[in-house]
Each structure stands twice: as C-alpha cells, then as structure tokens.
Design a protein around this ligand. Structure first.
Ligand code: HEM
Length: 396
C-alpha cells in the first residue's frame, strides 16, 4: 500500500486511489468504485446531496446561534433581538439558518419527486436489493425535516412563532383518541409556555438532528448496498465503471460549495422576520401555520361545516385523517407499484403512467392549496401580494 501523509488530488493509479480510501476515515465513507451513471448530474440532480449539505449548513449555523439563544419564555425573544442587532454578523447567521431550513423542505420534496418519477424505489433484480426500505427511510427523513423546521419555528418566541405553533397544535389535538396525548407530549399541557419551548428546543437541537444523522447514514449505506443509484437491469457496462475518488469527491465539493453560495447570497438579501413578542392574549389576524403546513390549514378551513349553530370541525378530517392517509399511502407506495422492474430509471414509461398521473395530481393539489394559503389575509380573505391588507381589528 502506498503511504502518503495526505491524499493526492491526482492519484497515480487506480490502486493508489483505492488504498487512499481504505486508509482514510473520511474517504472511507465513499465507495472505492462507483458507476459513472451514479455520479452523473442527471437524473438525480444531486438533490439528495443538496438536502444533506443544507442539513450540515443548519448544524454549522445553528452552533453560533446556540451560544446566544436563551430557551426561556422571558428571554428568548430578547436573545433573538440581540442576535439580530447586537451580535456581529448575527443577522446573517440567523438568516442563513432560516434560508437553509426553508430550502431543505423544498429540496427534500424535489428529491422525493425525482426518486418517484424514476421509480428508484424498485429493485431491478441484479442482486439482493431492498430499495423499498430506502424509500421508507426517506419518508421518515421527510417527516424529520418537517419536524426540524417546525420545532425551530417556535424558538424566536414572537407572535408569528407562537400563533403558527398554536394553530398547528390545535390541528394535532383534534386527532381521534391520541390527539390530546400527542399535544401533551409535545407541549406539556394545553397551553404553549415554558415547557413547550424547552421541549421544542431539545427536539430541535438534539433529538431530531441525531435521528436525522443516523437515518442518513443508513440511507446512504443502503444506496451503496443496493448497487448505487437505481437503473434498469441492463448488464453492467465496463465503460460505466469509474474510480469514485477523486471524481465523486470533486462533485460533492462542487455541489456543497454551490449550495453554500446560494444560501449565503439569499441570506444577504432576504431579511429574517421578527414580529412583536409572543402574546397569548392577542390573536393576530390571520393566524397562519408555517408555509409547508398551509395546505393542511386550507383543507381544515374549507372542510369546517356549519349546520345551524353547530360547527363540525374540519380539523379532524382535513387536518388529520387526510394527511395521515397520504403519509401511509406514500410509505406503502413501493409495494403498491406492480410495474415491471424494466421501468426503473425510465422517464414516464407506459406501465407507470397512471400512478405517475395520480402522484402529480396529489402534488398539484398540495402546491395549489399552499399558494391559496399564502394569499390569505385578514379574516381569511384573499389578497394579491401587492394588495395592502385591510386594517381589521385584532380579535381578543
Ligand atoms: C433529509 C432527507 C434526505 C437526504 C439527506 C437524502 C439523501 C440522499 C442521497 C444523497 C441520495 C443519493 C442520490 C441522490 O442524491 O439522489 C439518496 C438516494 C435515495 N433517496 Fe434520499 N434523502 C433524503 C430523503 C429522502 C426521501 C424523502 C425519500 C423518499 C421518500 C428518499 C428516497 C431515496 C431513495 C429511494 C434513494 C435511492 C435513489 C436511487 O437509487 O436512484 N430520500 N438520498
């Protein structure tokens, strides 16, 4: 084995590159060999890697925020104000953290769409594969991403945070039988106060990040064990095989730097919101859920039926039954998809046309409802982005 103190950017031979990987803890993460199709820019668009880079950026920007943030209802708001106005570059680090969080929700969804459209959860049969399990792990990571973002939402302890979480908790607690128990476990009672803030904080900085890191390690291990990115069962072409290092390391670096650049630039131009300090006695009008749950809030608002003086709350059907059914459907999809293995990697194959249409229809409904939710203003009326909101008195 060639001994070098540092790994060479230009290994002299395939053997030297492989040795370097085996001898180095960091490089060991990469497979020694990889198919060229697995590191192509398309069809994966590297969306999974971008999601992961965003997660790492969240960890990196979260650490300095943690130094200044105080998870107490009396001090949280002021500590965010200090980060925003007193701490050097605090506003920028906070903005980068927020932008990366929002982008992670968007990019992980795009990654899911790409995996679905290429049928990459299907086993193409060359060897023992369990791609369907990676899909299930992916669904867990999608939920983890939403939880990561949602638990962070409360931390600034301003009106926006307080009421967005209040609205979401009202929806959660309407789940039949288990709703109140889930709400109590999350916020420690009926009201959002110190216990809720501390639990959200711990979930946000410890529990969910660790769970995500473990799931990600398994996710990538599975990709490796399943023989790289999914493709049809065409015999392996010798010309397709490349040495992973340095080609893959170079591409990961490019993807990471580009992602970092986009987050940095967006953080410079998009200021982070900070409203009045949280006040349980003043309900803002409108009180909206975070944007990625707006489609649920929209369904809840639209499915509340009034019969005379009785209101049948839409929260249970629209806010709980429907999204849970969608989540179960999403998780089980690989087992419901009976199309032949040859469709893996193909774009819109005839055999998968119906399911692709169903998937696109559901995605379109979610996107349209989110758009509608974004356009809601005071008293749940529609306003175009350029229209000023009516000065409706706040409800007490
Ligand atoms: C934090 C969330 C996630 C991260 C960091 C992540 C990361 C990755 C990465 C880096 C890859 C390698 C290829 C690529 O970049 O596309 C990958 C592949 C894969 N991901 Fe994810 N992923 C996440 C969420 C999901 C979700 C939500 C799903 C679907 C429900 C999913 C299902 C899969 C599958 C099935 C593969 C194998 C794809 C193939 O063989 O072509 N992942 N993931």
């Amino acid at each position: 084995m060639t001994r070098r103190r540092f790994w060479s950017l230009r290994p002299a031979s395939t053997g030297e590159a492989t040795d370097a990987i085996l001898a180095n803890l960091l490089l060991h993460w990469f497979p020694a060999r990889m198919r060229l199709t697995s590191i192509a820019w398309t069809p994966s668009f590297w969306l999974g890697t971008v999601t992961w880079v965003l997660f790492v950026l969240l960890l990196l920007s979260g650490l300095p925020l943690m130094v200044f943030y105080v998870p107490s209802t009396r001090e949280a708001y002021q500590s965010i104000k200090d980060i925003e106005h007193v701490v050097s570059f605090g506003w920028w680090i906070r903005a980068a953290h927020r932008i990366a969080a929002h982008l992670m929700v968007i990019v992980v969804s795009l990654h899911l769409v790409r995996v679905f459209l290429t049928g990459a959860y299907k086993n193409a049969g060359q060897r023992e594969q369990h791609r369907e399990w990676n899909w299930v792990i992916g669904v867990a990571m999608l939920v983890g991403t939403l939880l990561l973002s949602f638990t962070g939402y409360l931390l600034p302890w301003d009106q926006l945070a307080f009421w967005a979480v209040t609205v979401s908790m009202n929806i959660v607690s309407s789940t039949l039988l288990v709703g109140p128990a889930i709400r109590d476990a999350l916020i420690g009672g009926r009201e959002i106060g110190q216990t809720a803030l501390m639990r959200f904080y711990l979930l946000h900085i410890v529990v969910v990040p660790i769970a995500m890191a473990v799931l990600f390690a398994y996710h990538m291990w599975r990709v490796r064990k399943d023989g790289g990115l999914a493709r049809g069962d065409a015999p392996q072409d010798a010309a397709e095989v490349v040495v992973a290092i340095p080609a893959v390391a170079r591409r990961v670096t490019v993807v990471a730097l580009l992602t970092w650049l986009v987050v940095t630039v967006l953080a410079l131009v998009i200021p982070s919101p900070l409203e009045e300090a949280a006040n349980a006695l003043v309900t803002p009008n409108p009180a909206k859920a975070p944007w990625y749950f707006l489609w649920l809030q929209e369904i809840v608002a639209d499915t509340t039926v009034r019969i005379g003086s009785v209101a049948v709350n839409g929260a249970f059907i629209g806010g709980v039954v429907l999204p849970m059914a969608l989540l179960v459907l999403l998780t089980l999809w690989p087992w419901l998809d009976r199309s032949p293995a040859a469709t893996v990697g193909a774009t819109l194959p005839r055999e998968r046309r119906t399911q692709v249409l169903v998937f696109i229809a559901i995605a379109a409904i979610v996107i349209v409802l989110t758009g509608v939710g974004l356009l809601r203003g005071p008293s749940w009326q529609f306003y175009w982005p350029w229209q000023p909101w009516a000065n409706v008195p706040t409800r007490f």
